[in-house]
Design a protein around this ligand. Structure first.
Ligand code: PMV
Length: 311
C-alpha cells in the first residue's frame, strides 16, 4: 500500500516575541535539528481516517475526536483544501522529537508535517504559503490569538522577518551562525503568557506600546544583524530584548538562571525565546564558545541543550 512521509522542523524566535502579537516585527528561525514526522498510508476501504499520535500513545478515529482537537482540525482543513471528501480511508501516524510547550513550535511542526504528507500522498503539491495558512487554523487552538509567526517559520523552513498580516520576508543569512538553545524543562502554555501580557497591556497601554515599539526596533536591527551575519550584534540585541521581556513579566527564575549561565560561559548575548515563563532560552555563540556555553547550561540545570546552525 502507498505510504508517504513528511517532516517539519522546530523553531525559535530570535527577536520580537509578544510585541509581534501587537503588530511589531519579529525574527524567527527554523531549528532543523529537531523534527516532527507524519506518515500517511492507505487504509482498508471503509476504515475511515485513523490517527496514531505516537508521543501521546493514542490512536483514534478522526471523527471521535472533539471538533477543536488540533490533529482533527489540520486533517479536516487539509482534506477540504485538497478537495478530498472526509470519506477517505487513511492511517496518519505522527511523532515528534520537539519538546511540547517549550516555545519550539512543536504544535506547528506536527500540523505542518501532516498537511505536507497528506498533500503529497494525495498527489497535490501544497505551497509553503498554503501549508502555513492551514497550520494557522490549529495555532488558534493552541495559542488563542496567535500572531502567525510559528506556522510561517515552520512551513517555510527559512529564517523570516514577520509582521502580522503585513510582512513575511524570507531572510538571506549573510554568514551562517550558531545559536545554543537551553530548555528550562518548565512547561509553559503560550496562551497563558499571551493572556497575562494582554491583561497588563489593558492596564497601562501607553507604557506597553512604548515597550513594544522598543522591541520592534530591536527586531528590525536584529534582521540587519542576521543579514550581515553579525553574531556579536545579535548577542547585544538579544540582551536588550531580554531586558524588555523582563519588564513585561514573561521571564522566570529558571530562564534567568540559564541566561546568566550562558553569559558566564562566554555567550555574546542571551534571551528567552517564545512565550516565556518557562520553555527555552537562546544564546548567540561563536564556534569557539559553543561547547563552553552548552556545558554551562547543562551545569545550570538545563534539561536539554541544542546547538543549531542558522543558514
Ligand atoms: O509558541 P511560542 O511559545 O514560541 O510563542 C509564540 C510567540 C508569541 O509572540 C508569544 C505569541 C505569538 O502568537 O506570536
Amino acid at each position: 500500500m502507498a505510504l508517504t512521509v513528511a517532516h517539519a522542523p522546530g523553531k525559535v524566535i530570535l527577536f520580537g516575541e509578544h510585541a509581534v502579537v501587537y503588530g511589531r516585527p519579529a525574527v524567527a528561525v527554523p531549528v532543523l535539528d529537531v523534527q516532527a514526522t507524519a506518515v500517511v498510508e492507505d487504509a482498508l476501504p471503509g476504515s475511515g481516517i485513523t490517527i496514531v499520535a505516537k508521543n501521546l500513545l493514542h490512536t483514534f478515529n478522526l471523527f471521535d475526536a472533539p471538533r477543536n482537537d488540533p490533529l482533527r482540525t489540520i486533517v479536516s482543513a487539509t482534506l477540504s483544501r485538497l478537495g478530498v471528501g472526509m470519506k477517505a480511508d487513511l492511517k496518519i501516524t505522527v511523532s515528534s522529537a520537539i519538546p511540547v510547550a517549550r516555545g519550539l513550535g512543536s504544535g506547528a511542526a506536527v500540523s505542518t508535517a501532516i498537511a505536507r504528507a497528506l498533500g503529497e500522498h494525495l498527489g497535490q503539491w501544497l505551497t509553503s504559503r498554503a501549508v502555513s495558512d492551514l497550520v494557522f487554523e490549529t495555532e488558534k487552538i493552541h495559542h488563542g490569538t496567535p500572531s502567525g509567526i510559528d506556522n510561517t517559520v515552520v512551513a517555510f523552513e527559512k529564517p523570516v522577518y514577520f509582521v502580522k498580516d503585513k510582512v513575511m520576508d524570507v531572510l538571506w543569512v549573510g554568514e551562517p551562525f550558531q545559536v545554543v538553545i537551553g530548555d528550562t524543562g518548565v512547561v509553559s502554555q503560550t496562551w497563558v503568557a499571551v493572556g497575562d501580557v494582554r491583561a497588563a497591556f489593558e492596564q497601562d497601554r501607553e507604557r506597553y506600546e512604548e515597550i513594544f515599539d522598543e522591541i520592534g526596533t530591536l527586531a528590525h536591527m536584529g534582521r540587519r544583524a542576521v543579514e550581515a551575519g553579525d553574531v556579536g550584534a545579535m548577542g547585544r540585541l538579544m540582551d536588550a530584548n531580554q531586558k524588555l521581556l523582563q519588564l513585561i513579566g514573561v521571564s522566570s527564575p529558571e530562564l534567568e538562571g540559564l541566561i546568566e549561565a550562558a553569559r558566564q560561559g562566554g555567550a555574546l548575548g542571551a534571551k528567552l525565546s517564545g512565550a516565556g515563563r518557562g520553555g527555552n532560552m537562546i544564546a548567540a555563540v561563536t564556534p569557539e564558545t559553543a561547547s563552553q556555553v552548552s556545558m554551562m547550561l547543562r551545569l545550570a540545570g538545563a534539561q536539554n541543550v541544542i546547538l543549531t546552525e542558522v543558514r
